[in-house]
Design a protein around this ligand. Sequence first.
Ligand SMILES: Nc1nc2c(c(=O)[nH]1)N[C@H]1C(S)=C(S)[C@@H](COP(=O)(O)O)O[C@H]1N2
Ligand SMILES: [Mo]
Length: 326
Amino acid sequence: MKPRNYPHIPSSEITPEHLYRSRRRFMKGAGAIAMAALLAACGVPGAGGSGASSDPSPTDPDIPAPQAGNALTDEFGAPANTWDEITHYNNFFEFTTDKTKVAKLAQDYPTEPWKVEVGGLVENPRTFDLDDLRKMGEEERIYRLRCVEAWSMVIPWLGVPLAKLLKAVQPLSKAKYVRFQAIFDPDRLPGQQSPVYQWPYIEGLRLDEAMHDLTLLGTGLYGKPMPMQNGAPVRLIVPWKYGFKSIKSIVKIDLVEEMPISLWMAAAPNEYGFYANVNPEVNHPRWSQRTERRIGERKRRETLMFNGYAEQVAHLYAGMDLRKNF
Ligand SMILES: Nc1nc2c(c(=O)[nH]1)N[C@H]1C(S)=C(S)[C@@H](COP(=O)(O)O)O[C@H]1N2
Ligand SMILES: [Mo]
């Protein structure tokens, strides 16, 4: 469970996962206590009896006791995957196609200095470093990640809504899409010495998808900076789309007029489309997408439309044929 050694985090900032979980439980409990005290102090009927408030304690029957299950779950109650699972089963083809070997190969890759250049069809082209992004307001979001290969995880990310960055650079009205480019460093990235894929890794979103509140620039997980194997220092997170859209280790973001061609579209256009919305009704040509394997579980789960985010995103695709626009 111990986080890997990560060269740029002072050990004082590293919180092992079990402490992180119990600290969050404590904070929830503390919030409940503070709220009960406030209600009692205000003399709200039912909150503190007569208003002769005594210090509520965690054994007070009115205060829910912290429970093992209430810490880190998605909104359906599914538990977050462990730090170990999230950081030792990775797709990051710049290093290797072996998911269990990415962590080791990535551990010494330098992430400082790192700049993300944002330009193209914008009013204010700008270069951001990680601190600039963090200052826009990091949030914790617990999202499901569904790989097109039909496995999934629940991940407690840290990130900044991409919309904040896009608003800062002010897209011109001609801009219709956002194009993302990952690191290109064939000398140090063994996977980029292979001619099988066209490097660098490219991804794209429609501008309204990029502006959606669920779309994050991921800067960390479990309250810690992003491990390299998960796409340090900054990667995209689009939870209603297959995992390959969530491009890691971004160095460049351009606002463009034409639909970008992603690495996967270039590699196999009949298998990987531009939209890549999670959809149990539309199978991959070589396998079913109806169910998935949640890492750490035995029984398969049903795959949910838009990975369970249909309420928030289905309107983006109203009137579109999702079989054609797969
Ligand atoms: N640059 C880059 N980004 C990438 C990939 C990659 O190979 N290179 N793989 C994608 C795929 S297929 C998935 S499923 C997710 C995996 O993210 P995770 O390792 O954090 O779970 O990253 C995506 N982003
Ligand atoms: Mo994936």
